[in-house]
Design a protein around this ligand. Sequence first.
Ligand SMILES: Cc1cc2nc3c(=O)[nH]c(=O)nc-3n(C[C@H](O)[C@H](O)[C@H](O)COP(=O)(O)OP(=O)(O)OC[C@H]3O[C@@H](n4cnc5c(N)ncnc54)[C@H](O)[C@@H]3O)c2cc1C
Length: 381
Amino acid sequence: MTALHVAVVGKGLIGSAAARHLAEAGCEVTLIGPDEPADYRSHGGVFAAHYDPARITRIMDRDPLWAGWAAASISRYPALEAATGMKFHHPVGFLAAAGEGSDLLPAMEASARAFGMQPLTDARHPFRLPPGTATRFESAPGGYIDARRCVQAQTIAAVAAGAKVVRLPVWALRSENGVVRAILDDGSEVRADQVLVCAGAFSAVVGLAPGMPLQADGRVVLLARVEDDLAERFAAMPSLIRVDAAADLADVYLLPPVRYPDGKRYIKIGTGAIRHPLDDLESLQCWYRDGAVGDDAARLAQAMFDLLPELEGAELRTDLCAVTTTPSGYPIIDWSKPGRIAVACGGNGKAAKSSDEIGRIAALLVTDQLDDPGLAAELRA
Ligand SMILES: Cc1cc2nc3c(=O)[nH]c(=O)nc-3n(C[C@H](O)[C@H](O)[C@H](O)COP(=O)(O)OP(=O)(O)OC[C@H]3O[C@@H](n4cnc5c(N)ncnc54)[C@H](O)[C@@H]3O)c2cc1C
């Protein structure tokens, strides 16, 4: 019997994970998607949300499904790192901070307990928090992952299991006579039994996921350069999420000092509280190339200095990225053309930490093995 041939469109966090799980399950896999552009400003193609060395990874979550996907993903990091020689997980710990009356910490604590963890309520940390703020600390494996290296590790493992990689964008999908054709940037095509679309924020605007309620949403992050002496002082800093309804930015997240591709170390802050809806391909490309950050940078800088006054005066810069949101707040893992074209998209700004499990579930869907009707219903478009 010939193996099912699945073309996975999108070599990002979810697509590379799905490709690995499909290849390891014995499918013939072609993983299609470009590498990161060398020069964003002159790039005319697609971009991705994983172009960053630090995405928070944690099991504690307000939502038990997200907590479970993170726990499953994190449990497989050590084997993936060992098999590929690619270290991407940095278990520096994760701190959640919220004002009195917020339901965040009890919900996070409940999800942590469900996975046998007891978060600390009195962990030491370097952040200046307003009086009345409570914290919960998740020790290792909480921390962060290097998203670029995670994609590289998944891709190496997928190739080791037999997957082929085609480093070009796909601009159209055609399904006819029991075959799906993925039309590539150079006019050539990949023919497969099935296509799994994992093109992140570009899935909808390129037209690869028609009818799916996916919204691309631009985000600004602020990076503060950390010199060696300060980096040493902050060496034990965990990743942080701070929720405070009274603050200018009701939620912010912050990553400890991490070395970026320019060789410098930065502390990064971002927020889900400011949104920039991007409704078509051109707006999304323009956002990544040279989006207008408006007053986002100043507001993020203030939130950063409130938490870490030592950073006032540091060299600052911004980065632009886009998340993909869905009405349910869960990823969509569903058929857009039953039996032929499926999608696994909609990380809602928090799928880096859960991408391995989301990719595994997508692999189960396309191989007709997703036998949990409750889960399938949650993930339907
Ligand atoms: C600023 C910011 C901060 C974040 N912080 C966190 C965090 O702390 N923790 C966390 O868990 N998550 C975080 N996330 C979310 C996380 O990065 C995303 O949920 C995750 O990257 C989604 O994975 P994906 O595979 O859907 O998309 P991506 O990682 O974006 O991958 C999509 C891939 O598809 C490719 N592609 C696009 N169009 C095409 C096409 N036409 N043909 C072929 N390939 C195509 C792209 O090149 C890319 O490789 C953050 C996101 C942003 C933007």
